[in-house]
Structures are given as C-alpha cells and as structure tokens.
Design a protein around this ligand. Structure first.
Ligand SMILES: Cc1cc2nc3c(=O)[nH]c(=O)nc-3n(C[C@H](O)[C@H](O)[C@H](O)COP(=O)(O)OP(=O)(O)OC[C@H]3O[C@@H](n4cnc5c(N)ncnc54)[C@H](O)[C@@H]3O)c2cc1C
Length: 481
C-alpha cells in the first residue's frame, strides 16, 4: 500500500493540536492529525477546569503570560465561529487575611503589566454584593472581569471538526512510536506499523511531548505529570456562584476553584499532585475530600450529596516551567509543556505556530474557500419551542428524548455520530451531545445510546464500548434476537 504523504503531521488530537490543524487548514497545504486514542480530546483537554484565564498568573515575559492574554482576547471569536459554549463570567481570587491581600496586590500588578484589562482589588462586602453565597470570612478579592468559561472538549472537538471540514485528515488509534528523517521528508510510524510521510512534524502530544520530541533529536526538556482531581455537582447548584472563584494561589498552582460550567453545573477542584504514571487519572478519597473542604471554605452553604461525578486530568508540566514552542530541527516543531493556562492560550499558540511555519520558509497560500464556521453541537437545544416543533415535523427523531436528564433527543445523537470527528464509543457521544452527562450519568439512556451508535456505525451491538479498549457495555444477549 502507498504511504500517504502530507505537508504537515500534527501529533496529538488535543485542543492544541486541533487548533493548530484548524489554522493550517486556512492554507493550501495538506495536514493530518495523528492521535493515539480512538477519539480526540482524550488527554488534558478533556479533564480540566474549562477556564479562560484573564492572564494575571504567569510572570511577565514568559510565553505563558503572552499566550494567555492573547488567547483570552481571541477566544470569544474562536468559540463563536466554532459554535462552542463560552461565557465571559469574570473571575475572583479571594483573600481571607491581610497577608493574602498582599498577594492579591502582587497579582493585580502582574496582571496590569501583562496587559489584563480592568483588574482590581475589592473588599469582601463589595464581592458579596454580586456573589452573596461566598463566605463572610472573605476579606478581599481580586476581580478580573475578562475571565471566562468554555467547554474544553467542545472546543477541541469543534476545532478538529472544522479542520476536517476544511480538508484536514484525522488518523485515530495512531500512537506515534518513531519519527525518522530522510532528506526533506519525515516518516512517522505508529505502534501498529502504520506510517505516513510528511514535510514537517508538529509535536502537540501533551503528556508525551518529551517522548515524541526525543524520537527526532535528544529532547531538551522533561514532562512532569501533575494530577488534578475534580467533583462535578448537579445543575441545581450551578447558580451558587456567577464568577469563577479561586483561592489564593500556592507554589503548586492556582489552588482549588469553584466555578459554574457553561452547561450550568458547578465544578469544584482541582488538586495538584505530582505523579509518575502518565496514564494515572484515578481519583481518590483524600484528593476529593480536600477539594470538598476547600470549596466549603469559599462556599459554606454548599449542600452535601449533590456530586454527580468525579474525574481527574494530568497537567503536562515542563521541567523549565514555561510553555515550549520551538523548532528542535528544521521541520520538527515542539509545542510542549502546555499545562495551565494552555486551554486559554490555545488560539494564540495556534496563531504563533502558523506564523513560525510561515517564517521558516514553508509556503502558505491562503485557501479561498476556507470556512471558519461550524454549526454548534447543541444547535437544537438553542431553538425556541416553535422552532423545535418545526424541526420535529421534518425529522421526528428530534422528538424522541433519549437522555432524560439533559433532554437530548435521538436526532441530536444521530447527527453527532454522522459528523466529523465521528465518535466511536458512548463517551464520545456524551462529550458531543451531553447525553449521559446529567444526574443519572447514563443510567437510563446508555443502552439506547449504544443501540443508536451500533445502528449508525455498523459496529455490532455487543461490541459497543463506553470508552473504547475493553470497556464493553454488554457481555452477552440474555434473550434471542
Ligand atoms: C487539572 C487540570 C486543570 C486545568 N485547567 C485549565 C484551565 O482552567 N484553563 C486553562 O487554560 N488550562 C487548564 N489546564 C491546561 C489545559 O487543559 C491544557 O493546557 C490543554 O488541554 C493542553 O492541550 P494539549 O492538546 O497540549 O494536550 P492534550 O489534550 O493532552 O492532547 C495531547 C494528545 O496527544 C495524544 N498523544 C499522546 N502521545 C501520543 C503519541 N505517541 N502518538 C499520538 N498521539 C499521542 C494524547 O492522546 C492526547 O489526545 C488544565 C489542565 C489540567 C490537567
């Protein structure tokens, strides 16, 4: 079989690889995304806080500071073009003592130097005028109105989908194990022996970006995985805070936050624990109880028993601390060490990468028919009741509710399966439609979702999985066909 050839191979289908591929798809070049999992957004881009940080955390002069502030400026447009849930809800960092206030003042100064607009330190009473549920013990807060929230996996899936709509290829289950140069070409090979050839490699492999970097030349950095655990609460609590509420940062990071999500839930977390295992996304009782205690300090009236799920993600922290966006040799670009605020920075990182490619001698001619827009994943739920009735008249499957908690119809599920990047398992459908993301976490709808996935893809019903690999939902039939 002929080895496929591309101008660019982007290794990693996270939000960074996805947005880089989308930027490249504006030009007359061929691009492939190589992703080891069976879906995109399976690394840090799936499990994070979903905050578009205002940009006061990173030290001035770092790539993190520059990319964060620029990313936060670009994000609203990117989210609107891609139809991704986004809300500029503002953020606050709280201080319980005068000592912590000193820290807020330093953050405010740093934010102003980084170019963050309208940042100020306010007192506790002023804070509680717009956040009445926050603790009466909070004495001061740093208020940044430009902070925002976004659906992180929504952004990643839409970025990859839009890149694919504009001609980019996606190869899943392609775990890169070797990158070899011969003249002007690279051969990139997977663990199953599959190979592609390309003129340039963009390494956006997240937690494994040091390993991938070392396939081309000795890596000058190491990735140190840092785990963050979360509790996700029922939508009933989604209105307890309007802003994203951070505790005062520690040397390990921004501390535990309490935030509404764009879908209306309340999210608590994350912890910050250095781990060795690059696949360790287990949660534990200690981590989760620390999250709960920290959240209760901010929100003393937070009701117990409203947690609907817990999860963890791994930050890909580089040993140097800052993001790494650099050519390791001609044609091999590392986009590595993209821990927080990587989601916020993603549009700016993609913009920077494409500028670097253009400046390094690769020819980039603009495509005349590039389409930046993508229909929102949740277009149906955004309609009025009259408009919904009209759609249901044409397509009755939109009138069959499958997920009762989130009110997701069969029509939405079928459409999500038919659209790039196509889901291969029921969790993939969950991330695209929210079916199974509500209070019952799929207890009611999972069998029907599995059935629809089987009908649409031709995968036999008994082979449908929850999250690929061996995560089969059914063991065997209990009744005849
Ligand atoms: C707990 C936590 C909280 C965070 N909160 C925020 C926040 O609120 N705001 C913010 O701005 N940022 C936040 N971040 C950071 C943000 O999530 C990341 O910066 C961003 O998701 C990084 O995207 P990525 O594409 O580089 O990595 P990933 O999403 O991890 O993508 C890398 C991809 O590469 C694939 N891959 C790995 N090895 C190979 C290989 N050999 N071959 C092929 N594919 C491979 C992986 O499967 C994965 O899909 C947080 C991160 C964590 C973990």
């Amino acid at each position: 079989m002929m080895t496929r050839e591309y101008d660019f191979a982007v290794i990693g289908g996270g939000v960074i690889g996805g947005l880089i591929a989308r930027e490249l798809s504006r030009f007359e070049v061929t691009t492939v995304i190589l992703e080891r999992s069976m879906d995109v957004s399976m690394g840090a881009s799936k499990a994070n806080s979903g905050i578009v940080h205002a940009g006061f955390d990173a030290e001035r002069g770092t790539l993190k500071a520059r990319m964060n502030v620029r990313g936060s400026e670009l994000m609203e447009t990117v989210a609107s073009e891609l139809g991704v849930g986004y809300r500029r809800n503002g953020s606050v960092v709280t201080a319980f003592s005068d000592k912590e206030r000193e820290h807020l003042l330093r953050l405010a100064e740093r934010g102003a130097r980084n170019g963050v607009k309208d940042i100020s330190v306010i007192d506790g009473d002023r804070l509680r005028e717009f956040e009445p549920n926050l603790s009466p013990e909070i004495k001061y807060a740093l208020y940044a109105p430009t902070g925002a929230i976004i659906s992180p996996y929504g952004l990643c899936i839409a970025a990859v989908g839009n890149a694919m709509d504009n001609g980019c290829d996606l190869m899943r289950g392609f775990e890169v194990t070797a990158v070899e140069r011969s003249g002007e070409w690279f051969t990139v090979t997977s663990s199953t022996g599959e190979a592609i050839r390309c003129r340039a490699v963009i390494n956006a492999a997240g937690i494994n970006s040091d390993i991938v970097a070392s396939m081309a030349s000795p890596a000058r950095f190491r990735i140190l995985p840092r785990k963050g655990e979360y509790l996700l609460c029922d939508k009933e609590l989604g209105g307890m805070v309007g802003c994203t509420v951070f505790g005062c940062p520690t040397e390990k990071g921004k501390g535990v936050l309490v935030t509404p999500t764009v879908d209306g839930n309340l999210l608590l977390g994350p912890t910050a624990e250095d781990v060795q295992d690059r696949d360790d996304v287990a949660t534990c009782a200690d981590g989760l109880s620390y999250v709960e205690r920290s959240a209760l300090r901010q929100l003393p009236r937070l009701p117990r028993g409203k947690v609907i799920t817990s999860f963890a993600g791994l930050r890909a922290k580089a040993d140097g601390g800052d993001f790494i966006i650099e050519w390791s040799e001609r044609g091999f670009l590392n986009v590595a060490g993209i821990d927080s605020p990587g989601l916020s920075s993603a549009p700016a990182i993609a913009e920077t990468v494409v500028d670097m490619i253009g400046n390094s001698g690769f020819r980039l001619d603009r495509k005349r028919n590039f389409d930046p827009f993508r229909k929102p994943l949740d277009w149906f739920s955004r309609l009025s009741d009259e408009e919904k009735s009209e759609v249901i008249r044409e397509r009755p499957e939109y009138g069959h509710i499958v997920c009762r908690c989130e009110k997701i119809s069969e029509g939405e599920i079928r459409d999500a399966i038919r659209r790039d990047p196509r889901p291969h398992d029921t969790d993939g459908i969950k991330r695209r439609t929210r079916s199974g993301m509500g209070r019952c976490q799929g207890g009611f709808c999972l069998p029907r979702v599995a059935e629809i996935l089987s009908e649409e893809t031709g995968i036999p019903f008994l082979e449908i999985t929850k999250a690929s690999g061996g995560s089969y939902i059914n063991k065997s039939r209990t009744k005849g066909d």
